[in-house]
Write a protein that binds this ligand. Structure first.
Ligand code: 13P
Ligand code: SF4
Length: 319
């Protein structure tokens, strides 16, 4: 997909000039993912984004995704400049878990270990014992449960319920949800299966329980991409943001990828299989961030130091 060659060339030159590397999530537009690939950056899930940014020697990280991803990078690498194409790109899970309310909730249950999903503000991370992403949530919660720990899980109730069902852990759930994944409907997927009986169903665990139940594979964006390469099925019904199709199709051009149906369409659909905040990232804004230093991420130092502890725990958990 060649959008605008001049713009792409300008960004490539700026990346070199500023000693910067592009860290892009799978849900960003194809042109951004392509640039990350071409310039030695990475296209990744939120766990790999965090690792890559922390380990890369560049002075500047340009994080294309949503705000919590930029904040995570800054917490891990305070010495680096972290830029984002836009600071408006938030996440319904982050919005649905304000720090004060969450902190009160934790205070009411002092006997529980606080595990928060990476899709939260730096301040919420600072209140947690553990941060996890969908790629590592099961392993961490299983480990805690095996040690007899009772858990507070926030903010995504669907992922929390999935983790609870898979690990048998004693989990107290916050009631947040992702506005993209909660729209996927089991009925629509069943109907599609009638059309493509051999299709494998790939589901991100932020989806509702009824959708997770009919999945062949449940996992983070990277884990779903891996499954799409490794399974021998020729067709895949995919219940996650359609941005992932760029890498799925690139890896397996001979396979068919079908978007899982959502509740509504057109005006009735708030976010049919595409995150409205991820969609705010654009090549123009990426260029502006690099050229003008707009979209810089700052995290209060006290919050950063506290947030680093549960984040580092996650990165050290499984190398
Ligand atoms: P991943 O960690 O699987 O990339 O998920 C991040 C996210 O925001 C999914 O909606
Ligand atoms: Fe948040 Fe959902 Fe968008 Fe992921 S897809 S960033 S969980 S709103």
């Amino acid at each position: 997909v060649v959008d605008n060659q001049d713009l792409r060339d300008e960004i490539k030159a700026l990346l070199k000039e500023k000693d910067a590397v592009l860290v892009a999530h799978y849900y960003t537009e194809d042109a951004i993912q392509e640039l990350a690939e071409e310039t030695g950056g990475v296209i990744a899930d939120s766990l790999e984004m965090a690792r890559f940014g922390a380990e890369h020697p560049a002075k500047t990280l340009v994080v294309a995704g949503v705000k919590f991803m930029g904040e995570t990078s800054k917490i891990l690498s305070p010495e680096k400049t972290v830029l984002m194409p836009t600071l408006e790109a938030t996440c319904s899970l982050d919005i649905g878990c304000p720090e004060e309310e969450f902190s009160k909730f934790c205070d009411e249950h002092p006997d529980r270990t606080v595990v928060v999903y990476a899709n939260t503000s730096a301040a919420v991370k600072a209140r947690a014992d553990w941060v996890v992403t969908s790629a590592i949530a099961l392993d961490v919660v299983q480990h805690l449960s095996d040690q007899g720990e009772k858990i507070i899980w926030a903010p995504d109730q669907h992922l929390g319920r999935y983790v609870q069902s898979q690990t048998g852990a004693d989990v107290l759930l916050w009631d947040g949800a992702c506005i993209v994944h909660e729209e996927f409907k089991a009925k629509g997927i069943h109907d599609l299966k009638a059309i493509y009986p051999d299709a494998a169903v790939l589901v991100h665990p932020e989806s509702p329980e009824s959708v997770v139940e009919i999945a062949d594979v449940v996992g983070s964006t990277s884990q779903l991409l891996k499954a799409s390469k490794e399974l021998s099925n020729q067709t895949f019904i995919v219940a996650t943001d359609r941005g992932i199709f760029y890498k799925m199709k690139q890896a397996s051009p001979e396979k068919r990828f079908v978007e899982a149906p959502t509740a509504g369409s057109g005006a009735t659909c708030r976010s049919c299989a595409h995150c409205p905040w991820m969609a705010l990232n654009s090549l123009e804004l990426l260029r502006d961030a690099l050229r003008d230093g707009t979209g810089e991420i700052f995290v209060d130092e006290q919050v950063r130091v506290k947030g680093l502890i549960p984040l580092q725990r996650m990165l050290d958990f499984k190398k």
